[in-house]
Design a protein around this ligand. Structure first.
Ligand code: FES
Ligand SMILES: [Fe+2]
Length: 387
C-alpha cells in the first residue's frame, strides 16, 4: 500500500487471488460458475469438490437433483462425501448427522435435546446446463441463470462433446489467453498442426477489441476472407468457432471456462457442439483420442523433451499447446516482469475492465450490470473451405 492506495503490483496480484473475501473472489462469486461436468456425480452419490479455494460436497439426491454443500460436518468435521445420500439429503458417516441441499442440519440421531435446525453449513444453488453443473457461490440470492447461456448449447440435435481438465496454474492466465488472438499464430503451430492450425494460423492478425454489454468482442483480421471474431463473456467464458472434422463441414462452436480450484489450480471446461450429419464419425473427431490424457501429467515430455505426446487427438493437441504456453508462464505469472506490446491490446483491455470492477468492489460501489447481448454475437466463418 502507498498512502492508502494499492501499488500497480498489488493491483495486478489481486487479479489472481480468488478466495472468499478477496475482491476477485467476490467478483467471481457474483456469477454462476461451472463447477463440474454433469456426469461426474451419479444420483445417490456424493463427491468432494474444491472451487474458489472452498472445499465442498457435491451430491445428487436419489431424485437426481444436484446439490452443493460444505465439505465438512459441523459436528466433528469429518468430510461429508464419505457419508450416505438418503432421499435428497446426506448423512455423515461418523455419527449420522444429516443435511439437506441447503446445508441445513435436519437430524442429529445421538443428541436428545438439541434442535438440528440451529446448525447450518454452507449450501449453494446448483443449475444443470449444457452438460455441466453450475453453482452460485455468492452472498444473497442468485442472479437469473442467463449470462452463461449460449444458443449452441440449447439448439436441439447438435452433437455435444465436453472436455474437463484440471491444470496447475492460476485461472487468470487462461482468461487472458482468451483475449490474445496473436498466440494462435505461434502456440497452435507447435508440435503438431491440427486443422485449426492449418486454417487459422497462417498469419499474425490485425486485432481490435470492443467492450460489449456481456464482455469483449475480439476481431482478428488476417485477410479479407479470414476474419475471426470471438465473443468473450465476462468474467471467464470464451466462445470461438473452429473448423469441423472435414473440409466443407459446418464449423464447431466451443465455449470454454477457466474456473479457479484455488489460486494455483484451474478447472478448464470446454463444451464443443456442431450441427453434425455424421455424428458417429464427428464424435470420434471431437472426443479425446487418448482417454484421460491431461497435459498437466506430462510435464517432462512437454517441457524437458519439448515433444508433443503421441496418439492424442486434434482437440487434445490444441489444449496441450495452450497448456504449454500458459504453464510455461509459471504457476502464477509475475506480471511485474512483463513488457506488453501493441499486440496485447486485448489483454490490456481485459485487465482495465477487471481492475475497474475490482475497484468498485473494494469501494463498495455497484459493479457493471453485465447482460447477455440482445443479438447473439455472429461469429463469421469466412475462411473459404473448398469441399
Ligand atoms: S462428525 Fe459428522 S456426525 Fe459427527
Ligand atoms: Fe489457444
Amino acid at each position: 500500500m502507498e498512502n492508502g492506495h494499492l501499488t500497480r503490483q498489488e493491483l495486478l496480484r489481486q487479479l489472481t487471488q480468488t478466495a472468499a473475501g478477496t475482491p476477485m473472489g467476490t467478483l467471481l462469486r457474483s456469477f454462476w460458475q461451472p463447477v463440474a461436468p454433469a456426469d461426474s456425480v451419479e444420483p445417490g452419490k456424493a463427491r468432494a469438490l474444491r472451487v474458489l479455494s472452498e472445499d465442498l460436497t457435491l451430491y445428487r439426491g436419489e431424485s437426481g437433483t444436484p446439490y452443493l454443500i460444505g465439505a465438512r460436518c459441523a459436528h466433528r468435521c469429518t468430510v461429508l462425501h464419505t457419508g450416505w445420500v438418503q432421499d435428497d439429503q446426506v448423512r455423515c458417516m461418523y455419527h449420522g448427522w444429516r443435511y439437506d441441499g441447503t446445508g441445513r442440519c435436519t437430524e442429529m440421531p445421538a443428541e436428545k435435546n438439541v434442535s438440528p435446525d440451529l446448525v447450518k453449513i454452507a449450501g449453494y444453488p446448483v443449475h444443470e446446463y449444457g452438460g455441466l453443473l453450475f453453482a452460485y457461490l455468492g452472498a444473497g440470492p442468485a442472479p437469473a441463470f442467463d449470462l452463461p447461456r449460449k444458443p449452441g448449447l440449447e439448439e436441439p440435435g447438435r452433437l455435444r462433446v465436453i472436455r474437463y481438465q484440471e491444470w496447475d496454474y492460476n485461472f487468470f492466465q487462461g482468461t487472458e489467453n482468451s483475449l490474445d488472438a496473436t498466440h494462435v499464430s505461434y502456440v497452435h503451430v507447435w508440435g503438431k498442426v491440427s486443422r485449426f492450425g492449418d486454417e487459422i494460423t497462417t498469419a499474425v492478425p490485425e486485432l481490435s477489441y470492443e467492450e460489449t454489454s456481456s464482455g469483449i468482442r475480439q476481431t482478428a483480421f488476417r485477410s479479407a476472407n479470414n476474419v475471426r471474431i470471438s465473443d468473450w463473456t465476462f468474467p471467464n467464458n470464451n466462445h470461438i468457432v473452429s473448423p469441423g472434422p472435414r473440409k466443407g463441414d459446418p464449423w464447431t462452436d466451443s465455449v470454454t471456462w477457466h474456473v479457479p480450484i484455488d489460486d494455483e489450480h484451474t478447472m478448464r471446461f470446454a463444451v464443443t457442439t456442431m450441427a453434425s450429419t455424421e455424428p458417429d464419425t464427428d464424435r470420434r473427431f471431437l472426443e479425446d483420442r487418448r482417454e484421460g490424457y491431461n497435459p498437466a501429467d506430462h510435464y517432462h515430455e512437454l517441457f524437458e523433451e519439448h515433444r508433443m505426446p503421441e496418439g492424442i487427438g486434434s482437440q487434445q493437441v490444441i489444449a496441450t499447446q495452450d497448456y504449454v504456453a500458459l504453464r510455461g508462464q509459471g504457476t502464477i505469472v509475475d506480471r511485474s516482469q512483463e513488457r506488453l506490446g501493441q499486440s496485447d491490446a486485448g489483454v490490456a483491455l481485459l485487465r482495465r475492465i477487471f481492475l475497474r470492477e475490482l475497484e468498485a468492489i473494494r469501494e463498495g460501489r455497484p459493479a457493471k450490470a453485465w447482460a447477455r447481448l440482445d443479438e447473439p454475437a455472429h461469429l463469421p466463418i469466412q475462411v473459404p473451405e473448398p469441399v
